[in-house]
Every structure is written in C-alpha cells, then in structure tokens.
Design a protein around this ligand. Structure first.
Ligand code: E4P
Length: 217
C-alpha cells in the first residue's frame, strides 16, 4: 500500500516527503482555501517538492462537461505529475471518459458507494477516492465501502487505483492495509500518529538512561 499526503500545506508536505514514505499528494478546494494562496501557486510549490502523482481538483463552481474539460486540460498542463480530481457527477464522468482518451490522468472524488467507484473506473478514471471519515461521521461504515471496492475491483481486474480518503485515524490506515487498498491519503497529523508509540518512546528513554549510566561508571 502506498502513502499519499492529503493537504495543501507546503511545509507539511515537505516534512512528510523528507521521511521517505510519501509517494503522492491529494488536495481539494477546501484544503487549498485553508492555505490562503491561489491554486496555481500552491500546486507549483507542491510539484517542486514531490515527484509523484499530485491531485489538483477542478473549481467547485465548474460543473458543465465542457468547462470541466477546459479546466482539466489546464491543470494537467501544469506538470506531468498532475492528476485532475473531478467530483462524481454525470458531467464529471463524461469529462473523465474524454480526458482518458486524451491521456489526461483523473481521480474521481467524493465516492460514497461501491457502484460509483465502478462507474468511475468504467469511464476511465486512473484513481477513485472513497471517503471513509465522512461516512463514519454519519454513522455509516466507511471501511466497508473501501473493502467492497477492493473486492469488486479484484473480481474484474480493474486497473483504476483506489485512494482511501477522508482518513481520520491510524485504525483507518491499518484496516486499509489489511484489505489490500492501493493507496491511503493521510493528513500530516495522522502520519505523525502512525510513527509514534508510547513503548517506542519509553524504550528510547530507557536505552538513553542505561547508556548514560554506563559511561558515567
Ligand atoms: C480526498 O482526497 C480529500 O481531500 C480528503 O481526504 C477529504 O477528507 P475530509 O473528509 O477529512 O475533508
């Protein structure tokens, strides 16, 4: 399973990328807005840090197929690593199907049912993004969604990669790894939680104390 980082914060992306475990980035309009910079500025900075797929989403106000296509072509032209993130709508699917024939990579986002994922893959999406946390938030089972998509894609040998998104905690990441999800896109805070364990910290402290005692004897 690959790890992507889910943020538009350039400092966090740099810190996570330097760990050597991150192979891609996902952003969305809310994450970009949080940074108070414009889309191109943030995306250009990210492309200079990470050498891997970078998802940049079309504007939240772009909904006609023709407009999605125009914007997608511009996003894709920013850098060869760009993947155009497009919400799961009828017009979005039409655009994905045309873009896939042009060789433009797409990530269909806001996936909340397995069949939405299957339709996105059928239209030619390179990536599909099921949202775990937002389903859990409404007392649904986000992990069940991802595991159903993994099973269906395995049955039909579907090549679209599954990016488990809306990750809220280390358990989501563990469960995704166990079921064979292709990618998890993880906020920086959760990446830090994945690294830490109280027994690791305690062990380091004990080794340090014992080492210092031994050299002072
Ligand atoms: C996916 O690519 C989205 O950017 C993201 O994972 C959404 O997460 P949220 O539900 O925490 O906003």
């Amino acid at each position: 399973m690959k790890f992507f980082i889910d943020t538009a914060n350039v400092d966090d992306i740099k810190k996570a990328y330097d760990l050597g475990v991150i192979s891609g980035v996902t952003t969305n309009p809310s994450l970009i807005a949080k940074e108070g910079k414009n889309f191109n500025e943030v995306i250009n900075q990210i492309t200079s840090i990470v050498n891997g797929p970078i998802s940049g989403e079309i504007k939240a106000t772009t909904d006609k197929t023709e407009d999605i296509l125009n914007e997608a072509r511009k996003i894709s032209a920013i850098h060869p690593n760009m993947v155009v993130k497009i919400p799961m709508t009828k017009n979005g699917l039409k655009a994905v199907s045309i873009l896939s024939k042009e060789g433009i990579k797409t990530n269909v986002t806001l996936i909340f049912t397995p069949i939405q994922a299957l339709l996105a893959a059928s239209a030619g999406a390179n990536y599909v993004s099921p949202f775990i946390g937002r389903l859990d938030d409404i007392s649904n089972n986000g992990m069940k969604l991802v595991s159903d998509i993994v099973s269906i894609f395995n049955v039909y040998n579907i090549n679209s990669k599954i990016i488990a998104a809306s990750i809220r905690n280390p358990i989501h990441v563990l469960e995704c790894a166990k079921i064979g999800c292709d990618i998890v896109t993880v906020p920086y805070k959760v990446i830090c939680q994945l690294i830490k364990h109280p027994l690791t910290d305690e062990g380091i402290k004990k080794f340090k104390d014992d080492y210092l005692k031994s050299i002072n004897n």
